[in-house]
Structures are given as C-alpha cells and as structure tokens.
Design a protein around this ligand. Structure first.
Ligand SMILES: *Cc1c(COP(=O)(O)O)cnc(C)c1O
Length: 341
C-alpha cells in the first residue's frame, strides 16, 4: 500500500461519523434496460440509504453530523431549493441526532406544503423562506441569528458539499469497488446526477487515493453550472481539498473530470418530455422510480448515451440512483407522459 493510501485509510476511519444510513446499498442488475446486446447495467440504489426516504445526502451527513456533534453543536443549519432533498435529509439527520434544524429555502412560503416541504414540516424543521436565494446564500446570517439566540449552530453548505461531506462519497467509492470486485473485471462507468459537486468529487477523490476501477460521468442538471466551467472547477477544487483532508501533503493525481451538459432541459427543476420519458421507462420497464429534477435527467442521459452507442457491450454501466423521490409528489400528474410542458 502506498503512503498516501495508508494515511487516507487511517484518517477516514478516525474521522467522527454518526451512523445514519443502511450500507452498503444494493447494487441491482437491470438487464431489461438495453437488452442483451448492450453493455451490462446495474443500478446502485442510494434511493434506499435509509435516512428519511433515502438519497445520497445521507452519506455526506454521516460525516457532517459526526463533525457537528464533535464540535458541541446543538443545531444544524443548511439551505437550498424549496424542494431540496438535501434539506429534507438534513432535517431527518437532526432529528436522529437530537438536534434542532433550520433550513434557508428558496421562494416564499407556499399555500400548500407538498413533496419535501411537507416532510420537512413533519420532521419539525424550522423553515426560513429567502426569496431568490436557492443555494443557501443566507446561511451565515441565519447562523449569526441563532448564535445570538443562544444556540450553537453548525452550518452545512449547499448540498452538504465540502471536504467533510465529500468523505461520505469516498466511502461510497470503496463500497462500490468492493461490490464490483465479485463480478468479472470490466471497465465500469458510474453515471450520476451532479450539482453541488460533493458526490462526484468524493468518488473521484476515492479513485485517486485508492486507485479504484471506475470512471465517473456526471450528468449536469443546472444550466448555471455550465457557465465559465463553474461546475467543473467546483468538482476539481472539492476533489483536491478532499484528497488533502485525507492525505495532507501527499502527491496524488486527480482523474479527469467527465461532465455531460446535454441534458439541462429548460432549467433547474423544469420538467420536460425527456424527464417524463425517463421516469416512465424506469417505472414501467424496471419497477423503480427516478425523480424529475436529478435522477430523471441522469437516467435520460444514460438512455441517450447507450442509444448513441457510446459504450461497448464489453463495458459495464452503474446508474447511481441518488434519490429525490419526494419531488415526484410535488410535480404530481404533470409527470405523466403526454402532459403539455
Ligand atoms: C443532491 C442530489 C444530487 C447531486 O448530488 P451533489 O453531490 O449535490 O452533486 C443528485 N441527485 C439527487 C436526488 C440529489 O438530491
């Protein structure tokens, strides 16, 4: 084992962590996806992580909440879109850890609470509506207010994406590598929906540190992320800082960042025919659900890439299902194919 690898392994194991999920999540074969001619496909079921109604943020929150408790915090503060899956999972994590939760959410308080907002409310989270700000821009101010009120807040950035949160996906990288090890050796492509960068950066940091046998393809869901290479640079920076957290001062080469920006539709969270097609296909052919904002886009991206023969039958694809299920109940019957945009 190289120095960097041994150091990283030890630091990962020592890092404060609160068990919140059920791991490893299943890796299910999906042969019905493209018939027997195409590449072998599996679904990595992080929609079944076991915190709230599942989702990828459970992995990051194990490390973030572990850190918060270690620091003596009694309140978790985070923010995002009104239908943020990250905010929901943070609210559930706070409940599990016996902490208070404050969420800075985009928009105004709607008349009817649907999807994730309904579940946030059931979990007892304090909701703060912040108008235009959908990426937790006002977390600092909210934290200051809570401190003045006598709380000890722990601020979790948008999407839980900082080096501590990304550790959850370093663990995930080791987890999938162990699941792939029992299968015949093949080049494996991981397909993920990517947005705040922590998922992709963590998987890349794991690949770099532990020499893991996969390529990571991030499917973008937010058009803003593609101006000035914003998301690419965020992933690179976060992967670098995550590697530095685990193996400080070691020379570790980061893998190439692969981003697909062809499936951005009409903007973040705007439902179109491509997402409807992916949602319908996953439900009718495979018996599971993808969501309209993240996994529906990534799944459509995967379907199109396979249709365009980007992968050979000798290769393997793992579709990483990152969750997002409650949004289905927010969009309602608009999700059905044949609805008008
Ligand atoms: C947050 C989220 C993602 C993106 O993960 P990042 O780490 O923010 O890039 C993908 N899918 C779902 C369902 C999410 O909630």
């Amino acid at each position: 084992m190289t120095d960097a690898r041994a150091i990283a392994k030890a630091r990962l194991e020592e890092h404060p962590r609160l068990a919140l999920g059920t791991f490893p999540t299943p890796l299910l074969p999906a042969p019905a996806l493209f018939g027997f001619q195409g590449p072998e496909v599996f679904i990595k079921r992080d929609d079944l992580t076991g915190l709230a109604v599942g989702g990828n943020k459970a992995r990051k929150l194990e490390f973030l909440v572990g850190d918060a408790l270690e620091q003596g915090a009694d309140t978790l503060v985070t923010g995002g879109a009104a239908q943020s899956n990250h905010c929901l999972q943070t609210a559930a994590a706070a409940t599990r850890a016996g902490m208070e939760c404050h969420l800075a959410l985009a928009g105004e308080k709607p008349e009817e609470l649907t999807g994730n907002l309904l579940l946030d409310t059931l979990l007892g989270a304090n909701l703060h509506f912040c108008g235009e700000q959908r990426k937790g821009e006002s977390l600092g101010a909210l934290g200051d207010e809570l401190t003045k009120a006598g709380r000890t807040p722990y601020l979790i950035p948008y999407g839980g994406s900082n080096p501590v949160g990304a550790l959850g996906f370093v663990v995930a990288g080791l987890e999938i590598a162990a699941q792939l090890e029992v299968l015949p050796r093949r080049l494996t492509h991981l397909f993920i929906a990517t947005s705040s960068a922590g998922t992709q950066a963590g998987l890349l940091a794991a690949k770099a540190l532990f020499d893991l046998p996969y390529e990571v393809w991030g499917v973008g869901v937010d058009r803003e992320d593609f101006s000035d290479n914003a998301l690419h640079d965020r992933i690179e920076d976060l992967a670098r800082r995550t590697v530095e957290l685990l193996a400080p001062g070691q020379a570790v080469v980061l893998p190439r960042i692969r981003l697909l920006g062809d499936y951005l539709g009409k903007g973040y969270g705007v439902l179109g025919d491509e997402e409807r097609e992916a949602i319908g296909f996953a439900a009718r052919k495979l018996g599971f659900f993808v969501d309209p904002v993240y996994t529906g886009r990534a799944f459509f991206g995967l379907m199109s890439s396979v249709r365009r023969n980007l992968f050979s039958p000798e290769e393997r694809i793992v579709f990483w299902h990152t969750g997002g299920i409650p949004a289905i109940f927010h969009y309602g019957t608009d999700l059905l194919a044949g609805s008008v945009d």
